[in-house]
Design a protein around this ligand. Structure first.
Ligand code: ZN
Ligand code: ZN
Length: 585
Protein backbone atom coordinates (compact mmCIF):
# COMPACT_ATOMS: atom_id res chain seq x y z
CA UNK A 1 0.00 0.00 0.00
CA UNK A 2 1.53 3.30 -1.11
CA UNK A 3 0.81 6.20 1.21
CA UNK A 4 3.15 8.30 -0.92
CA UNK A 5 4.58 7.30 -4.29
CA UNK A 6 6.99 9.30 -6.45
CA UNK A 7 6.32 12.41 -4.42
CA UNK A 8 2.51 12.33 -4.71
CA UNK A 9 -0.29 10.90 -2.61
CA UNK A 10 -4.03 10.30 -3.14
CA UNK A 11 -4.57 10.20 0.67
CA UNK A 12 -6.46 12.67 2.84
CA UNK A 13 -6.28 12.90 6.61
CA UNK A 14 -9.78 12.66 8.10
CA UNK A 15 -10.78 13.83 11.58
CA UNK A 16 -13.90 12.78 13.51
CA UNK A 17 -16.88 15.12 13.81
CA UNK A 18 -16.27 17.43 16.81
CA UNK A 19 -12.65 16.32 16.96
CA UNK A 20 -10.90 16.98 20.28
CA UNK A 21 -8.02 19.50 20.28
CA UNK A 22 -5.51 16.65 20.68
CA UNK A 23 -6.96 14.84 17.64
CA UNK A 24 -6.68 18.01 15.53
CA UNK A 25 -3.14 18.45 16.78
CA UNK A 26 -2.38 14.80 15.97
CA UNK A 27 -3.55 15.35 12.37
CA UNK A 28 -1.47 18.51 11.97
CA UNK A 29 1.64 16.82 13.43
CA UNK A 30 1.22 13.87 11.06
CA UNK A 31 0.74 16.14 8.05
CA UNK A 32 3.71 18.29 9.09
CA UNK A 33 6.16 15.42 9.55
CA UNK A 34 5.04 13.51 6.45
CA UNK A 35 5.68 16.71 4.48
CA UNK A 36 9.16 16.99 5.97
CA UNK A 37 9.84 13.38 5.03
CA UNK A 38 8.41 13.30 1.50
CA UNK A 39 7.67 16.87 0.46
CA UNK A 40 3.99 15.91 0.12
CA UNK A 41 1.47 17.65 2.34
CA UNK A 42 -1.67 15.61 2.99
CA UNK A 43 -4.78 17.78 3.43
CA UNK A 44 -6.77 17.48 6.67
CA UNK A 45 -10.58 17.33 6.47
CA UNK A 46 -13.46 16.67 8.82
CA UNK A 47 -15.51 13.51 8.59
CA UNK A 48 -18.45 15.39 7.03
CA UNK A 49 -16.50 15.45 3.75
CA UNK A 50 -17.62 12.73 1.35
CA UNK A 51 -15.06 10.03 0.76
CA UNK A 52 -12.91 11.01 -2.23
CA UNK A 53 -10.26 8.32 -2.11
CA UNK A 54 -8.10 6.40 0.34
CA UNK A 55 -7.88 7.99 3.78
CA UNK A 56 -5.77 8.33 6.90
CA UNK A 57 -8.28 8.14 9.75
CA UNK A 58 -7.25 9.85 12.98
CA UNK A 59 -9.18 8.95 16.14
CA UNK A 60 -12.49 7.23 16.74
CA UNK A 61 -15.10 8.16 14.12
CA UNK A 62 -18.08 6.79 12.23
CA UNK A 63 -15.66 5.84 9.48
CA UNK A 64 -13.55 3.72 11.85
CA UNK A 65 -16.73 2.13 13.23
CA UNK A 66 -17.80 1.27 9.69
CA UNK A 67 -14.41 -0.40 9.19
CA UNK A 68 -15.10 -2.48 12.30
CA UNK A 69 -12.37 -0.90 14.43
CA UNK A 70 -13.30 -0.48 18.07
CA UNK A 71 -11.67 1.51 20.83
CA UNK A 72 -13.67 0.28 23.82
CA UNK A 73 -10.94 -2.05 24.99
CA UNK A 74 -8.08 0.37 24.49
CA UNK A 75 -6.56 1.91 27.62
CA UNK A 76 -6.49 5.71 27.81
CA UNK A 77 -2.96 5.97 26.40
CA UNK A 78 -2.98 2.84 24.25
CA UNK A 79 -3.37 2.94 20.49
CA UNK A 80 -3.71 0.78 17.42
CA UNK A 81 -2.25 1.46 14.00
CA UNK A 82 -3.75 -0.55 11.17
CA UNK A 83 -4.13 -0.66 7.42
CA UNK A 84 -7.70 -1.61 6.59
CA UNK A 85 -9.20 -1.75 3.09
CA UNK A 86 -6.44 0.51 1.82
CA UNK A 87 -6.95 3.10 4.58
CA UNK A 88 -4.45 3.88 7.33
CA UNK A 89 -6.07 4.11 10.76
CA UNK A 90 -4.45 5.58 13.89
CA UNK A 91 -6.77 5.31 16.84
CA UNK A 92 -6.24 5.67 20.59
CA UNK A 93 -8.21 4.94 23.73
CA UNK A 94 -8.51 8.72 24.18
CA UNK A 95 -7.45 11.79 22.17
CA UNK A 96 -4.10 11.61 24.00
CA UNK A 97 -3.73 7.97 22.99
CA UNK A 98 -4.45 8.92 19.37
CA UNK A 99 -1.76 11.63 19.48
CA UNK A 100 0.69 9.07 20.90
CA UNK A 101 -0.36 6.77 18.06
CA UNK A 102 0.73 9.38 15.50
CA UNK A 103 4.12 9.68 17.19
CA UNK A 104 4.30 5.88 17.45
CA UNK A 105 3.59 5.59 13.71
CA UNK A 106 6.25 8.16 12.84
CA UNK A 107 8.78 6.55 15.18
CA UNK A 108 8.18 2.81 14.95
CA UNK A 109 6.83 2.45 11.41
CA UNK A 110 8.62 5.25 9.52
CA UNK A 111 11.85 5.64 11.57
CA UNK A 112 11.52 9.20 12.92
CA UNK A 113 13.36 9.95 16.18
CA UNK A 114 12.35 12.81 18.47
CA UNK A 115 15.73 13.40 20.10
CA UNK A 116 15.41 16.92 21.49
CA UNK A 117 13.83 20.28 20.62
CA UNK A 118 15.19 21.23 17.21
CA UNK A 119 16.68 17.78 16.70
CA UNK A 120 14.32 15.33 15.05
CA UNK A 121 15.66 12.62 12.80
CA UNK A 122 13.53 12.79 9.66
CA UNK A 123 13.95 9.92 7.20
CA UNK A 124 13.83 11.31 3.65
CA UNK A 125 12.02 9.50 0.88
CA UNK A 126 9.68 10.17 -2.04
CA UNK A 127 7.83 6.92 -1.26
CA UNK A 128 6.08 5.51 1.79
CA UNK A 129 5.02 1.91 1.30
CA UNK A 130 3.07 0.23 4.08
CA UNK A 131 2.38 -3.44 4.65
CA UNK A 132 -1.30 -3.95 3.63
CA UNK A 133 -1.61 -6.21 6.71
CA UNK A 134 -0.03 -3.64 9.06
CA UNK A 135 -1.37 -3.92 12.59
CA UNK A 136 0.41 -2.55 15.61
CA UNK A 137 -0.84 -2.11 19.14
CA UNK A 138 1.13 -0.31 21.82
CA UNK A 139 0.75 1.15 25.29
CA UNK A 140 3.17 2.57 27.84
CA UNK A 141 4.82 0.51 30.57
CA UNK A 142 4.17 3.26 33.12
CA UNK A 143 0.96 5.23 33.46
CA UNK A 144 2.66 8.40 34.73
CA UNK A 145 5.88 9.37 32.94
CA UNK A 146 7.90 12.42 33.77
CA UNK A 147 11.41 13.76 33.63
CA UNK A 148 11.70 17.41 34.62
CA UNK A 149 14.70 18.08 32.38
CA UNK A 150 14.37 21.78 31.63
CA UNK A 151 14.66 21.50 27.85
CA UNK A 152 11.76 19.05 27.45
CA UNK A 153 9.17 20.89 29.55
CA UNK A 154 7.48 22.80 26.74
CA UNK A 155 4.23 21.15 25.66
CA UNK A 156 5.15 20.27 22.07
CA UNK A 157 8.41 18.57 23.09
CA UNK A 158 6.90 16.77 26.08
CA UNK A 159 4.09 15.41 23.87
CA UNK A 160 6.51 14.14 21.21
CA UNK A 161 8.46 12.38 23.94
CA UNK A 162 5.13 11.06 25.26
CA UNK A 163 5.52 12.55 28.71
CA UNK A 164 2.33 13.20 30.66
CA UNK A 165 3.53 14.55 34.01
CA UNK A 166 2.48 17.52 36.07
CA UNK A 167 5.48 19.80 35.53
CA UNK A 168 5.49 19.80 31.71
CA UNK A 169 3.59 22.65 30.06
CA UNK A 170 1.25 20.24 28.29
CA UNK A 171 -2.00 21.79 27.08
CA UNK A 172 -5.23 20.18 26.01
CA UNK A 173 -4.03 20.03 22.39
CA UNK A 174 -1.06 17.96 23.60
CA UNK A 175 -3.45 15.49 25.18
CA UNK A 176 -3.35 17.11 28.61
CA UNK A 177 -1.57 15.55 31.56
CA UNK A 178 -1.85 14.26 35.09
CA UNK A 179 -2.27 17.49 37.02
CA UNK A 180 -1.58 18.03 40.69
CA UNK A 181 -3.60 20.59 42.62
CA UNK A 182 -1.39 23.71 42.57
CA UNK A 183 0.53 23.90 45.84
CA UNK A 184 -0.19 20.23 46.58
CA UNK A 185 2.72 18.54 44.82
CA UNK A 186 4.87 17.23 47.67
CA UNK A 187 5.59 17.90 51.40
CA UNK A 188 2.11 19.36 51.86
CA UNK A 189 1.45 19.20 55.61
CA UNK A 190 3.13 22.58 55.93
CA UNK A 191 0.61 23.95 53.38
CA UNK A 192 -2.42 22.48 55.14
CA UNK A 193 -1.28 23.11 58.69
CA UNK A 194 1.07 26.12 58.72
CA UNK A 195 2.69 26.40 62.17
CA UNK A 196 2.35 30.20 62.13
CA UNK A 197 -1.42 29.81 61.89
CA UNK A 198 -2.00 26.94 64.31
CA UNK A 199 0.94 26.42 66.65
CA UNK A 200 0.24 29.04 69.25
CA UNK A 201 -3.32 27.91 69.95
CA UNK A 202 -2.86 24.22 69.18
CA UNK A 203 0.66 22.96 69.81
CA UNK A 204 -0.89 19.48 70.14
CA UNK A 205 -1.44 19.43 66.34
CA UNK A 206 2.31 19.19 65.85
CA UNK A 207 4.82 16.41 66.41
CA UNK A 208 6.08 15.70 69.89
CA UNK A 209 9.87 15.56 69.61
CA UNK A 210 12.07 15.07 72.68
CA UNK A 211 9.15 15.97 74.95
CA UNK A 212 8.27 19.21 73.11
CA UNK A 213 5.72 19.98 70.39
CA UNK A 214 7.70 21.30 67.42
CA UNK A 215 6.80 24.37 65.34
CA UNK A 216 9.68 24.54 62.91
CA UNK A 217 8.57 24.95 59.27
CA UNK A 218 9.75 21.51 58.15
CA UNK A 219 8.39 19.97 61.35
CA UNK A 220 6.00 17.07 61.47
CA UNK A 221 2.39 16.95 62.49
CA UNK A 222 0.70 14.58 64.93
CA UNK A 223 -0.84 11.84 62.78
CA UNK A 224 -3.40 10.67 65.32
CA UNK A 225 -4.93 13.99 66.39
CA UNK A 226 -8.55 13.94 65.09
CA UNK A 227 -8.65 17.72 64.56
CA UNK A 228 -5.58 17.51 62.31
CA UNK A 229 -7.37 14.93 60.18
CA UNK A 230 -10.48 17.11 60.03
CA UNK A 231 -8.57 20.25 59.02
CA UNK A 232 -6.48 18.46 56.39
CA UNK A 233 -9.52 16.72 54.90
CA UNK A 234 -11.42 19.99 54.61
CA UNK A 235 -8.43 21.76 53.06
CA UNK A 236 -7.90 18.96 50.55
CA UNK A 237 -11.55 18.99 49.49
CA UNK A 238 -11.59 22.79 49.22
CA UNK A 239 -8.44 22.72 47.08
CA UNK A 240 -9.97 20.11 44.77
CA UNK A 241 -13.20 22.11 44.44
CA UNK A 242 -11.13 25.13 43.43
CA UNK A 243 -9.21 23.09 40.83
CA UNK A 244 -11.58 20.81 38.93
CA UNK A 245 -8.83 20.12 36.35
CA UNK A 246 -6.67 18.37 38.95
CA UNK A 247 -6.26 14.59 38.90
CA UNK A 248 -3.85 14.18 41.84
CA UNK A 249 -3.45 15.75 45.25
CA UNK A 250 -0.50 15.10 47.51
CA UNK A 251 -1.12 14.61 51.24
CA UNK A 252 2.43 14.06 52.36
CA UNK A 253 4.90 14.49 55.18
CA UNK A 254 7.16 17.53 55.24
CA UNK A 255 10.83 17.19 54.35
CA UNK A 256 13.28 16.29 57.10
CA UNK A 257 13.22 14.01 60.12
CA UNK A 258 11.41 13.84 63.48
CA UNK A 259 8.06 12.05 63.34
CA UNK A 260 5.62 12.44 66.24
CA UNK A 261 6.60 10.61 69.42
CA UNK A 262 3.26 10.98 71.22
CA UNK A 263 1.75 7.90 72.83
CA UNK A 264 -1.11 7.49 70.33
CA UNK A 265 1.15 7.83 67.27
CA UNK A 266 3.72 5.44 68.67
CA UNK A 267 1.01 2.88 69.47
CA UNK A 268 0.11 2.77 65.75
CA UNK A 269 3.77 2.71 64.74
CA UNK A 270 4.46 -0.21 67.08
CA UNK A 271 1.51 -2.18 65.68
CA UNK A 272 2.42 -1.43 62.06
CA UNK A 273 6.17 -1.86 62.52
CA UNK A 274 6.85 1.42 60.69
CA UNK A 275 6.17 5.15 60.77
CA UNK A 276 4.46 4.64 57.41
CA UNK A 277 1.63 2.95 59.36
CA UNK A 278 0.51 6.11 61.18
CA UNK A 279 0.79 8.18 57.99
CA UNK A 280 -1.15 5.68 55.91
CA UNK A 281 -4.07 5.39 58.36
CA UNK A 282 -4.31 9.17 58.16
CA UNK A 283 -3.99 9.40 54.36
CA UNK A 284 -6.52 6.59 53.84
CA UNK A 285 -9.06 8.55 55.86
CA UNK A 286 -8.51 11.67 53.71
CA UNK A 287 -8.66 9.47 50.59
CA UNK A 288 -12.08 8.08 51.58
CA UNK A 289 -13.47 11.61 51.77
CA UNK A 290 -11.84 12.47 48.43
CA UNK A 291 -13.23 9.32 46.76
CA UNK A 292 -16.78 10.22 47.80
CA UNK A 293 -16.67 13.58 46.03
CA UNK A 294 -13.87 13.17 43.45
CA UNK A 295 -13.83 9.53 42.36
CA UNK A 296 -11.33 10.23 39.54
CA UNK A 297 -8.72 11.86 41.81
CA UNK A 298 -5.66 10.04 43.13
CA UNK A 299 -4.29 10.88 46.59
CA UNK A 300 -0.52 10.81 46.65
CA UNK A 301 1.66 10.34 49.72
CA UNK A 302 5.34 9.79 50.43
CA UNK A 303 7.19 6.78 51.73
CA UNK A 304 10.26 8.81 52.49
CA UNK A 305 13.23 8.76 54.88
CA UNK A 306 11.71 7.49 58.17
CA UNK A 307 8.49 6.27 56.50
CA UNK A 308 10.06 4.26 53.64
CA UNK A 309 9.44 0.89 55.24
CA UNK A 310 6.05 -0.64 54.35
CA UNK A 311 3.54 -1.18 57.20
CA UNK A 312 2.63 -4.65 58.48
CA UNK A 313 -1.17 -4.41 58.37
CA UNK A 314 -2.77 -1.37 56.77
CA UNK A 315 -3.01 -1.26 52.96
CA UNK A 316 -3.26 1.85 50.81
CA UNK A 317 -6.79 2.52 49.51
CA UNK A 318 -7.23 1.98 45.75
CA UNK A 319 -7.15 5.78 45.25
CA UNK A 320 -3.91 6.23 47.20
CA UNK A 321 -0.55 6.22 45.47
CA UNK A 322 2.65 5.67 47.41
CA UNK A 323 5.67 7.67 46.32
CA UNK A 324 8.97 6.03 47.17
CA UNK A 325 12.24 7.89 46.56
CA UNK A 326 15.54 6.40 45.39
CA UNK A 327 17.63 8.96 47.32
CA UNK A 328 19.73 6.27 48.98
CA UNK A 329 20.41 4.20 45.86
CA UNK A 330 23.80 3.54 44.40
CA UNK A 331 23.75 4.66 40.74
CA UNK A 332 26.85 2.76 39.64
CA UNK A 333 25.06 -0.57 39.86
CA UNK A 334 21.50 -1.43 38.83
CA UNK A 335 18.76 -1.38 41.46
CA UNK A 336 18.38 -4.72 43.15
CA UNK A 337 22.00 -5.74 42.46
CA UNK A 338 23.83 -3.52 44.98
CA UNK A 339 22.50 -2.78 48.43
CA UNK A 340 25.50 -0.71 49.52
CA UNK A 341 24.69 2.88 50.32
CA UNK A 342 26.51 5.27 47.95
CA UNK A 343 29.94 6.24 49.25
CA UNK A 344 28.82 9.79 50.02
CA UNK A 345 25.91 8.57 52.14
CA UNK A 346 27.59 5.87 54.24
CA UNK A 347 27.27 8.06 57.32
CA UNK A 348 23.52 7.27 57.27
CA UNK A 349 24.02 3.51 57.22
CA UNK A 350 25.98 0.84 55.40
CA UNK A 351 23.17 -0.88 53.52
CA UNK A 352 20.32 0.57 51.52
CA UNK A 353 16.83 -0.82 52.03
CA UNK A 354 15.46 0.61 48.78
CA UNK A 355 15.15 -2.64 46.81
CA UNK A 356 13.60 -4.41 49.78
CA UNK A 357 11.12 -1.58 50.30
CA UNK A 358 10.10 -1.45 46.67
CA UNK A 359 9.37 -5.17 46.73
CA UNK A 360 7.39 -4.77 49.97
CA UNK A 361 5.29 -1.82 48.78
CA UNK A 362 4.78 -3.47 45.38
CA UNK A 363 2.99 -6.30 47.18
CA UNK A 364 0.65 -3.90 49.02
CA UNK A 365 -0.49 -1.72 46.13
CA UNK A 366 -0.84 -1.38 42.37
CA UNK A 367 -0.30 2.34 42.79
CA UNK A 368 3.40 2.53 43.52
CA UNK A 369 5.11 5.66 42.23
CA UNK A 370 8.87 6.11 42.14
CA UNK A 371 10.76 9.36 42.50
CA UNK A 372 14.11 8.54 40.93
CA UNK A 373 17.24 10.70 40.73
CA UNK A 374 19.09 10.61 37.44
CA UNK A 375 21.66 13.43 37.58
CA UNK A 376 24.31 14.72 39.94
CA UNK A 377 22.67 17.51 41.93
CA UNK A 378 25.92 18.72 43.50
CA UNK A 379 27.23 19.79 40.09
CA UNK A 380 25.15 19.26 36.95
CA UNK A 381 28.12 19.56 34.59
CA UNK A 382 30.28 16.77 35.83
CA UNK A 383 30.77 13.22 34.65
CA UNK A 384 27.91 11.21 36.07
CA UNK A 385 28.27 7.86 34.28
CA UNK A 386 24.87 6.31 35.00
CA UNK A 387 23.57 5.72 31.45
CA UNK A 388 24.25 1.99 31.78
CA UNK A 389 21.86 1.61 34.75
CA UNK A 390 18.91 3.52 33.29
CA UNK A 391 17.52 0.51 31.39
CA UNK A 392 18.03 -2.11 34.12
CA UNK A 393 16.53 0.27 36.69
CA UNK A 394 13.36 0.88 34.66
CA UNK A 395 12.98 -2.88 34.16
CA UNK A 396 13.43 -3.41 37.90
CA UNK A 397 10.68 -0.88 38.63
CA UNK A 398 8.32 -2.44 36.12
CA UNK A 399 8.96 -5.92 37.52
CA UNK A 400 8.01 -4.72 40.99
CA UNK A 401 4.61 -3.33 40.14
CA UNK A 402 5.56 0.34 39.81
CA UNK A 403 3.02 2.29 37.74
CA UNK A 404 4.39 5.83 37.88
CA UNK A 405 7.92 7.15 37.38
CA UNK A 406 9.23 10.64 38.00
CA UNK A 407 12.89 11.09 37.09
CA UNK A 408 14.15 14.12 38.93
CA UNK A 409 16.58 15.61 36.44
CA UNK A 410 17.95 19.11 35.98
CA UNK A 411 14.73 21.06 36.33
CA UNK A 412 16.05 24.47 37.32
CA UNK A 413 18.00 25.32 34.20
CA UNK A 414 19.59 24.03 31.04
CA UNK A 415 22.99 22.74 30.02
CA UNK A 416 23.78 19.76 32.27
CA UNK A 417 26.08 16.89 31.36
CA UNK A 418 24.51 14.86 28.51
CA UNK A 419 21.14 16.41 29.39
CA UNK A 420 19.68 15.88 25.92
CA UNK A 421 20.94 12.31 25.58
CA UNK A 422 19.83 11.30 29.07
CA UNK A 423 16.38 12.85 28.58
CA UNK A 424 15.97 10.96 25.30
CA UNK A 425 16.91 7.60 26.85
CA UNK A 426 14.71 8.16 29.91
CA UNK A 427 11.63 9.16 27.96
CA UNK A 428 11.98 6.16 25.63
CA UNK A 429 12.43 3.84 28.63
CA UNK A 430 9.42 5.23 30.48
CA UNK A 431 7.31 4.22 27.50
CA UNK A 432 9.02 0.86 26.94
CA UNK A 433 11.33 -0.56 29.59
CA UNK A 434 12.87 -2.89 27.01
CA UNK A 435 14.09 -0.02 24.86
CA UNK A 436 17.72 -0.82 24.00
CA UNK A 437 19.77 2.07 25.40
CA UNK A 438 22.93 0.98 23.53
CA UNK A 439 21.08 1.47 20.26
CA UNK A 440 19.55 4.66 21.67
CA UNK A 441 22.96 6.12 22.56
CA UNK A 442 24.32 5.33 19.11
CA UNK A 443 21.33 6.72 17.23
CA UNK A 444 21.26 9.84 19.36
CA UNK A 445 24.99 10.53 19.08
CA UNK A 446 24.99 9.99 15.31
CA UNK A 447 22.37 12.71 14.88
CA UNK A 448 23.30 15.07 17.72
CA UNK A 449 27.10 14.99 17.34
CA UNK A 450 27.30 13.92 13.67
CA UNK A 451 30.87 13.00 12.63
CA UNK A 452 32.01 13.39 16.28
CA UNK A 453 29.66 10.57 17.34
CA UNK A 454 32.26 7.80 17.56
CA UNK A 455 34.56 9.83 19.83
CA UNK A 456 31.73 10.84 22.15
CA UNK A 457 30.53 7.24 22.35
CA UNK A 458 34.07 6.14 23.17
CA UNK A 459 34.21 8.80 25.89
CA UNK A 460 30.91 7.58 27.39
CA UNK A 461 32.17 3.99 27.40
CA UNK A 462 35.44 5.12 28.98
CA UNK A 463 33.91 7.06 31.89
CA UNK A 464 31.41 4.25 32.51
CA UNK A 465 34.27 1.78 32.66
CA UNK A 466 36.15 4.12 35.00
CA UNK A 467 33.36 4.31 37.56
CA UNK A 468 32.78 0.55 37.43
CA UNK A 469 36.48 -0.21 37.93
CA UNK A 470 36.92 2.41 40.66
CA UNK A 471 34.53 0.62 43.02
CA UNK A 472 32.82 3.97 43.67
CA UNK A 473 29.09 3.78 44.32
CA UNK A 474 27.63 6.87 42.63
CA UNK A 475 25.44 9.15 44.68
CA UNK A 476 23.14 12.00 43.72
CA UNK A 477 25.56 14.44 45.38
CA UNK A 478 29.00 13.39 44.16
CA UNK A 479 31.80 15.93 43.91
CA UNK A 480 33.55 16.93 40.67
CA UNK A 481 36.72 15.31 42.02
CA UNK A 482 35.09 11.99 43.02
CA UNK A 483 37.57 9.08 42.97
CA UNK A 484 36.56 7.76 39.54
CA UNK A 485 37.88 11.01 38.03
CA UNK A 486 41.67 10.71 37.69
CA UNK A 487 44.36 12.68 35.84
CA UNK A 488 44.90 9.73 33.49
CA UNK A 489 41.18 9.62 32.67
CA UNK A 490 41.10 13.38 32.04
CA UNK A 491 44.10 13.13 29.74
CA UNK A 492 42.44 10.43 27.62
CA UNK A 493 39.19 12.40 27.66
CA UNK A 494 41.04 15.43 26.27
CA UNK A 495 42.43 13.34 23.42
CA UNK A 496 38.94 12.15 22.52
CA UNK A 497 37.48 15.65 22.69
CA UNK A 498 40.31 17.01 20.50
CA UNK A 499 39.32 14.46 17.87
CA UNK A 500 35.61 15.13 18.37
CA UNK A 501 36.05 18.90 17.96
CA UNK A 502 38.20 18.42 14.85
CA UNK A 503 35.52 16.15 13.33
CA UNK A 504 32.86 18.87 13.57
CA UNK A 505 35.08 21.93 13.15
CA UNK A 506 32.98 23.14 10.19
CA UNK A 507 29.62 22.54 11.86
CA UNK A 508 28.93 25.33 14.36
CA UNK A 509 25.90 23.71 16.00
CA UNK A 510 27.54 20.34 16.56
CA UNK A 511 30.81 21.91 17.65
CA UNK A 512 28.86 23.75 20.37
CA UNK A 513 27.30 20.45 21.49
CA UNK A 514 30.70 18.76 21.70
CA UNK A 515 32.19 21.69 23.59
CA UNK A 516 29.28 21.66 26.05
CA UNK A 517 30.08 18.04 26.96
CA UNK A 518 33.77 18.89 27.24
CA UNK A 519 32.91 21.30 30.06
CA UNK A 520 32.83 18.29 32.42
CA UNK A 521 36.46 17.51 31.62
CA UNK A 522 37.59 21.13 31.84
CA UNK A 523 35.95 21.65 35.20
CA UNK A 524 37.28 18.45 36.78
CA UNK A 525 40.85 19.55 35.98
CA UNK A 526 40.56 22.49 38.38
CA UNK A 527 40.74 19.98 41.23
CA UNK A 528 44.04 18.46 40.10
CA UNK A 529 46.74 21.14 40.60
CA UNK A 530 49.12 19.51 38.11
CA UNK A 531 46.58 19.86 35.30
CA UNK A 532 46.12 23.63 35.55
CA UNK A 533 48.70 26.11 34.26
CA UNK A 534 47.05 29.53 34.51
CA UNK A 535 44.19 28.90 36.93
CA UNK A 536 42.59 32.31 36.90
CA UNK A 537 42.51 32.60 33.12
CA UNK A 538 41.23 29.04 32.72
CA UNK A 539 38.46 29.49 35.29
CA UNK A 540 37.28 32.73 33.70
CA UNK A 541 37.36 31.11 30.25
CA UNK A 542 35.38 28.16 31.61
CA UNK A 543 32.72 30.42 33.14
CA UNK A 544 32.38 32.46 29.94
CA UNK A 545 32.21 29.36 27.73
CA UNK A 546 29.67 27.65 30.00
CA UNK A 547 27.41 30.70 29.67
CA UNK A 548 27.79 30.88 25.89
CA UNK A 549 27.22 27.11 25.57
CA UNK A 550 23.84 27.39 27.26
CA UNK A 551 24.55 26.43 30.88
CA UNK A 552 22.03 28.39 32.91
CA UNK A 553 22.35 26.47 36.17
CA UNK A 554 25.33 24.64 37.66
CA UNK A 555 24.00 22.98 40.77
CA UNK A 556 20.86 22.30 42.78
CA UNK A 557 22.71 23.85 45.68
CA UNK A 558 25.48 26.20 44.57
CA UNK A 559 25.16 29.40 42.58
CA UNK A 560 27.34 30.47 39.66
CA UNK A 561 29.54 32.62 41.89
CA UNK A 562 30.11 29.72 44.31
CA UNK A 563 31.19 27.56 41.39
CA UNK A 564 33.64 30.20 40.17
CA UNK A 565 35.18 30.59 43.64
CA UNK A 566 35.45 26.84 44.20
CA UNK A 567 37.20 26.42 40.86
CA UNK A 568 39.60 29.26 41.71
CA UNK A 569 40.31 27.62 45.04
CA UNK A 570 40.65 24.15 43.49
CA UNK A 571 38.83 22.57 46.37
CA UNK A 572 35.54 20.70 46.57
CA UNK A 573 33.50 20.25 48.69
CA UNK A 574 33.54 23.63 50.36
CA UNK A 575 33.60 23.57 54.14
CA UNK A 576 30.25 24.57 55.51
CA UNK A 577 31.77 27.40 57.54
CA UNK A 578 33.72 29.10 54.78
CA UNK A 579 31.18 29.29 52.00
CA UNK A 580 27.56 30.29 52.00
CA UNK A 581 25.28 29.80 49.04
CA UNK A 582 25.36 32.78 46.70
CA UNK A 583 22.14 32.49 44.69
CA UNK A 584 22.12 33.21 40.95
CA UNK A 585 20.43 36.45 40.05
ZN1 ZN B 1 1.18 12.15 67.62
ZN1 ZN C 1 26.82 0.00 44.09
Amino acid sequence: MNLVKNGTSPYQIILPVNAAPAERYAASELSHFLARMTGVELPVYGEHMPKMGPEVLIGHSRRTEALGLETQNLGEEAYSIAVKDGNLVIIGGSPRGTLYGVYGFLQDVLGFRFFAPGCTKVPKSSDITLDPALYLHDEPDFKYRESNYYHILDGATAARMRQNGAISRLKEEHGGKHAYVPGYYVHTFVTMLPPEEYYEEHPEYFALVNGKRTNEPHGKVCMTNPDVLKICTEKALAALRAHPEATIISISQNDGMDPCECEECQKVVAYEGSESGSILHFVNAVADAVAAEFPHVMVDTLAYVYSSKPPLHVKPRPNVQIRLCSYECCFTHPMGTCDLMPNNARHIREHSKFAEEIVGWGKLTNRLAIWDYVVDFEFYNQMHPNLHVLGPNMRFLKEHNVYSVFCESQGQGAGGEFAELRAYLLTRLMWDVNFDTDVGIQEFCDEWFGPASEFIQEYIAMITDAVLKSGWHLNLFDNPNAPYVTPALLEKADELFDKAEAAVADDTVRLQRVRKERLAVRFAKFFFPGLVSDREAEVEAYMADAASLGVTRFSAKWGRENVRRLALRGMWPPHADDMTVIPDR
